[in-house]
Design a protein around this ligand. Sequence first.
Ligand code: SF4
Ligand code: SF4
Length: 56
Amino acid sequence: MAYVISDECISCGACAAACPVSAITEGDSKYTINPDECIDCGTCEATCPVGAPSAN
Ligand code: SF4
Ligand code: SF4
């Protein structure tokens, strides 16, 4: 289980700055979550202005 970021992402970077384990990195068209590092804390979902992250 890990959170995933949908295509709604506008690459603002807020989630990456807030993630406690630095599991989120900037990709070509959106930010992405490394499933091996994500600890399912939900901080990215709470931080995102467009609701792009969700539990997978
Ligand atoms: Fe990082 Fe938590 Fe989001 Fe996983 S759920 S990517 S650990 S902020
Ligand atoms: Fe994308 Fe939301 Fe993360 Fe901003 S906070 S980079 S819009 S997923």
